[in-house]
Design a protein around this ligand. Structure first.
Ligand code: MN3
Length: 195
């Protein structure tokens, strides 16, 4: 067994016009695939998807093993954080949890955007839980909440390869669109229930 590149949870043109088919062809078909391929090279093809979190936790950050294992995990998570006709205000338990932690969805949105825009260079913005509390965190490069005793609920990839084809250098427009039109709150609710 080896690590596998998961299929996207929607057709490759399903997030257009917000995220184009061309972006997903590169981001999923080349970037994510390369992380999985390198991870298999580094582990000799002897580990599989169920071992992924263990590999991440045992590897040194940064190291080629950590970077490729964590980026494999991060991208699989990111695809599920989006859906066609997503975004806007959350529903279900996560709506109550966000109101209770941040006061309102607008305040959450402001803080999440701030984290995504102030992550200098490549990285990720997250909604995560730590000790039962919701928090917004940002991580550099391949780093992720799992490595900090936090559980990820939502992420936005702010590496340039996530938005450069569709938004060029305009990270603010990409993050605004992620929140207004793409977030899959059903997935975030599933993750919150599983914490
Ligand atoms: Mn990426």
């Amino acid at each position: 067994m080896a690590f596998t590149l998961p299929d996207l949870p929607y057709p490759i043109d399903a997030l257009a016009p917000h995220i184009s088919q061309e972006t997903l062809e590169y981001h999923h078909g080349k970037h994510h695939k390369t992380y999985v391929d390198k991870l298999n090279e580094l582990t000799g093809g002897e580990k599989s998807d169920t071992d992924l979190e263990g590999v991440i936790l045992e590897a040194d950050n940064p190291s080629p093993l950590f970077n490729n294992a964590a980026q494999t995990w991060n991208h699989t998570f990111y695809w599920s954080c989006m859906k066609p006709d997503g975004g806007g205000e959350p529903t279900g338990e996560v709506a109550d949890a966000i109101n209770s932690a941040f006061g309102s969805y607008d305040e959450f949105s402001k803080q999440f955007t701030e984290a995504a825009l102030t992550q200098f260079g490549s990285g990720w913005a997250w909604l995560a839980t730590e000790g039962g509390e919701l928090k917004i965190v940002k991580t550099a490069n391949a780093d992720l909440p799992l490595n900090h005793s936090q559980q990820a609920l939502l992420t936005c990839d702010v590496w340039e390869h996530a938005y450069y084809i569709d938004y060029r250098n305009a990270r603010p427009k990409y993050v605004e669109t992620f929140l207004s039109s793409l977030v899959n709150w059903d997935f975030v609710n599933e993750k919150l229930k599983a914490v």
